[in-house]
Write a protein that binds this ligand. Structure first.
Ligand code: 15L
Length: 271
């Protein structure tokens, strides 16, 4: 029997931050779902494959971002700063850059954005609390605060102009969980792909917020309010537990990184 090839869903899909860790994963995983995958970053993107277009752009460059969104059907926005950093780069990429992206979406008529938010929007909740996307934000630093801005921007552009967004509060998306915290926050790359595809495909999303995590035991995040997205994680951190716990047998219970969901992010930054 001939293997079935998935039908492309989108004409032109834009992936920003395509040279980053998650960008490189999604680059190959999203390609079969669109006719053209437009890739953007400020870092080197390598050579374009058959259905790829490379459009390097700095998010703070308003004209470049307008051109970047021209002719695009949907955006997966991973671009910007993805760790705690000084205010200037966060302001440029995550605040000004996010505004440029949404303005360009409005002008160019783009109808859906999948926004890579972060669990650090609620990083100052404790690890003995279960948080839902409907709870008030409690950012654990400037980075988390900038992602909360991005989510609010998405809400404004939905309320004013009907541009739909799914904000993904991504946990820890790595090949495997690196420490005890990540046993709760881990998102496998295959589940990341499932989550992004669910966010692109769900018929009606308005502005939805969902935590990005695999089917981990003992997680701190309740995604019930985002069930309409149809995201069903299929991986779990559990097979890694014994190895992770052996590597990190003791926890310092007075360490803020052990107390709060944001882990080490709660004590990083230029303060
Ligand atoms: C994030 O938002 C970061 O982008 C990523 O590098 C991880 O550190 C992750 O959060 C996490 O919380 O583990």
């Amino acid at each position: 029997m001939t293997p079935s090839i998935p039908t492309p869903m989108f004409g032109r899909l834009l992936l920003t931050g395509a040279a980053g860790g998650l960008g490189r994963e999604l680059r190959r995983r999203l390609a079969p779902h669109c006719r053209v995958l437009r890739l953007s970053d400020v870092a080197e993107l390598g050579a374009a494959a058959a259905n790829e277009e490379l459009v390097p752009a700095a998010l703070e460059d308003v004209a470049a971002v307008q051109a970047l969104l021209e002719g695009v059907d949907a955006v997966v926005h991973l671009g910007g700063v993805s760790t705690e950093q000084p205010w200037a780069p966060i302001l440029a990429a995550n605040i000004v850059g996010a505004y440029h992206l949404y303005e360009a979406a409005r002008v160019q008529g783009v109808r859906r954005i999948v926004f890579a938010s972060s669990n650090h929007v609620t990083g100052f909740y404790r690890q003995d609390e279960v948080v839902s996307p409907r709870d008030p934000v409690r950012p654990d630093g400037l980075y988390g605060l900038s992602k909360a801005f991005g989510e609010n921007l998405a809400q404004l552009y939905f309320d004013r102009w009907g541009i739909e967004t799914v904000s993904l509060r991504i946990g820890s998306s790595f090949p495997e969980p690196k420490d005890r915290r990540m046993l709760a926050t881990w998102l496998s790359y295959a589940d990341l792909e499932r989550l992004v595809l669910a966010a692109l495909k769900a018929p009606v999303v308005g502005h939805s917020i969902v935590y990005g995590l695999s089917d981990n035991h003992g997680s701190w995040w309740d995604n019930t309010s985002a069930r309409h997205l149809g995201y069903r994680p299929q991986d779990s951190s559990e097979p890694f537990r014994a190895e992770v716990e052996a590597r990190q047998p003791r926890l310092d219970r007075d360490d803020p990184a052990t107390i709060y969901q944001g882990g080490a992010f709660v004590r990083q930054g230029p303060f």
